[in-house]
Design a protein around this ligand. Sequence first.
Ligand code: GBH
Length: 457
Amino acid sequence: MAELEFPPGFWWGAATASYQIEGGVTEGGRGPSIWDTYSATPGKVLNSDTGAVACDHYHRYGSDAALLSELGLPVYRFSVAWPRVMPDGRTRNAEGLAFYDRLVDELLSRDILPVLTLYHWDLPQAIEDAGGWPSRDTAYRFADYAAVVHDALGDRVPQWTTINEPFCAAFLGYGSGVHAPGIQDYDTALVAAHHLLLGHGLAMRALTEQARPGQDFSLALNFAPALADGDTEAHREAVRKFDGIHNRFFLDPVLGRGYPEDVMADVEHHGGRFAKSIRDGDTDVIAAAIDWLGVNYYAPARVAPLDDPLAKSNCPLPGLRGMDVLPARGPLTSFGWEQTPSSLTDLLVWLDSHTGGLPLVVAENGASFEDTVTDGRVHDPARVAYLDTHIRAVHDAIARGADVRGYLAWSLLDNFEWGMGYTQRFGVVHVDFDTQVRTIKDSGRFLGEVAKLNSLP
Ligand code: GBH
């Protein structure tokens, strides 16, 4: 392997999510999702933005696929909207499935590998009305939905991801409430987290029962490695706690180890509903063997111990007494997130050893900056530098022995950035939300060049 070359067959591509790009929320028989409801609620999303139109990808999927070809990206990760496929969360909608049918055929005709995510946060509103993720039944409904999508697309889609970032779906949706459905109760959020993981495991069962040769199944977790300035016992304890609830809490059950003992002790005072929601056998269901792990990485978290080990944390995540999360350190992205590529290397190397060599795919990595179109071009040197240094960080991890199989940039298009509306641009392609005109950014050309060379230039 030449100095900055990647292993043969390495996946280069970009990712999106249904609610963030599709629009067409009342078309093709689609039912409402929790994000339609949440974004229509005053004060929830910045500028009262919604995903009603977004990138109008529902109508423009053909030209968006052509953009992938133009960029020279051979892999595309997208998600399926559950309420498009099952408007009430339970009943199959042929017209909704037909949209993904067309999208997949379009990708395959262009030799683009589809990597399909079943759940990227757009829960059918009817399922939320029946209790949402805090209700155990939702995990079973999700597995039924997974089977329906596989039945329709399994003959053509080789790569499957069950759930994107259960951390966000549980803790942002039901804990802090900054995401749909906007519930603010961490005891409920812990129960939701368990049911999301259970849903993953049940969906894995349904999918592997119907598996075709060569198909792979995975899930994508968001990781925030914890960094502390100091190596005292108290610093190590702060790192342990943050890493515990943010990273290991979601990873260890999937690896067949159940919830980490230390995190169970940290969150013990959280009402007991969480511990009671775990039934005999759940651990085995969640432990279904995945073929690769999707690693979503944006930034590390800075943590510090407090003098009083029982003091309330400034971070509302469960179990963080005695520590604070510190402000991010510059240079920052427009979102205010750190740019620390070495944390990605360390994360991948740690995951390699913690998982016993599981294949890893960087399923999301990227940065928001304020981009403008001038003379038909978007010069985004800060994003080019972010991608360059983070791709280099992936290369470093491979050189240190991690089995990393791909790098998918977040995102193909500027899109609906959840609670931030359209104010944060993550795309390697610029979208004018008034005209829907797409303009490839310098970062898109850079990523395409890396893909073509299978190496950093
Ligand atoms: C991803 O989640 C989502 O999958 C995607 O839909 C979204 O568009 C993308 O991120 C960009 O936001 O304040 O420095 O401590 C990422 C989950 C959770 C990662 C919050 C950053 C805060 C970082 N994010 N986290 S920091």
